[in-house]
Design a binder for this molecule. Structure first.
Ligand SMILES: Cc1ncc(COP(=O)(O)O)c(C=O)c1O
Length: 349
């Protein structure tokens, strides 16, 4: 493995562009995208919009910016967004919604990030008059990163959608890993996408592109998002080179995500057999495995160090949790090596 690790399971953002992806980037026709003249970007935007059942798309440099644009479109300064307490928009975008858009936020607790209708519907504050902050937006994350790759149930999304529509509250999907939910369930991307006013998806996670996300929504919303993208400093020029990597990823790296899921499941089954208090294989739905160290002698940082000494890189994801993420650059041999290291370390409790 080029990184020097026997298995690098830190994140699915680590993937290096393949030779074929790099070749596609070299060949891409380009233009100045701030003037709307990059044909490769236009192709990517309309393709992703079509896949997600929306009218238009907007290429963004990062998933964080795509989410921030989505929030900015629906929420005025002083209004609130609500999301579960593990959501990337609340935990890992460094307060951007407050800093950039004056948005306030509240959260509901969700076991493993799983959406239950009571969460958002119990918090949603509609018609609160001048006394309370009004809820303008619900954000749902699918799959759920810090929840451990959890897939959100479509029926629950629909239930929340019906109630939010009645209350005039918009919905945004942080679909950084929606591809994984689609491949794991067979549910068409558009079935998820149509339940939301805006959706962001990432090309630089499991899909293996070096950079890039796409925000989709109505033509009118995307025209406004284009202005906010420029205002946020995200207007880019001959960026078809990067969009080409995304198009290549859509052609070649979506269906293969089931290999990542199978490897993560294989690892979880083996570790779950020797240390069932650490991981239950049923909890592993996609490419992420969360180990709960609560019943062991391990602190997350110590387990991370012990694994690193044996060539396996993983992430301390909380006071009791260690996270492992499968991706394009982790093969069967790397999975076997990680399995051996973790079964050895954890079976001794
Ligand atoms: C669920 C989720 N949303 C959004 C992002 C943000 O993506 P980026 O790192 O490109 O800003 C991430 C990044 O890991 C993520 O896991």
């Amino acid at each position: 493995m080029p990184s020097g690790w026997v298995a690098d399971l830190l994140s699915d953002t680590l993937t290096k562009p393949t030779a074929a992806m790099r070749a596609a980037m070299v060949e891409a026709p380009v233009g100045d995208d701030v003037f709307g003249e990059d044909p490769t970007v236009a192709e990517l935007e309309s393709r992703v919009a079509g896949l997600l059942g929306h009218e238009a798309g907007l290429f963004a440099p990062t998933g964080s910016m795509a989410n921030q644009l989505g929030m900015r479109l629906h929420v005025e300064a002083g209004q609130e967004v609500i999301a579960d307490s593990l959501a990337h928009v609340l935990r890992a975008e460094l307060g951007a919604a407050a800093v950039l858009s004056g948005i306030s936020s509240r959260s509901w607790a969700a076991e493993r990030g799983r959406l239950e209708a009571d969460g958002p519907l119990g918090l949603m504050s509609v018609g609160a008059g001048p006394y309370q902050v009004g809820t303008a937006l619900i954000v749902v994350e699918n799959t759920h990163n810090f929840g451990g790759g959890t897939i959100q149930p479509l029926e629950t999304i629909r239930e929340v959608r019906a109630a939010s529509r009645e209350g005039g509250v918009a919905m945004h999907l942080d679909g950084a890993r929606l591809w994984n939910a689609h491949v794991a369930t067979g549910i068409p991307l558009a079935d998820y996408g149509r339940e939301f006013d805006t959706v962001s998806v990432c090309l630089s996670k499991g899909l293996g592109a070096p950079v890039g996300s796409v925000l989709v929504g109505s033509k009118e919303l995307m025209a406004r998002a284009r202005i906010w993208r420029k205002r946020f400093g995200g207007g880019m020029r001959q960026v078809g080179i990067l969009a080409a990597a995304g198009l290549h990823a859509l052609d070649h790296h979506v269906e293969r995500l089931d290999e990542d899921h199978a490897r993560a499941a294989r690892f979880a089954a083996a570790v779950g057999e020797v240390a069932p208090w650490v991981v239950s294989p049923e909890a592993v739905e996609t490419n992420i495995v969360m180990l709960d160290l609560g019943e062991t002698r391990w602190a997350p940082a110590e387990l991370v160090d012990a694994a690193a000494q044996r060539g396996i890189r993983v992430y301390a994801a909380g006071p009791r949790a260690v996270r492992l993420v499968w991706h394009l650059d982790v093969d069967d041999a790397a999975t076997d090596a990680a399995t051996e290291v973790f079964t050895n370390l954890l079976s001794r409790n």
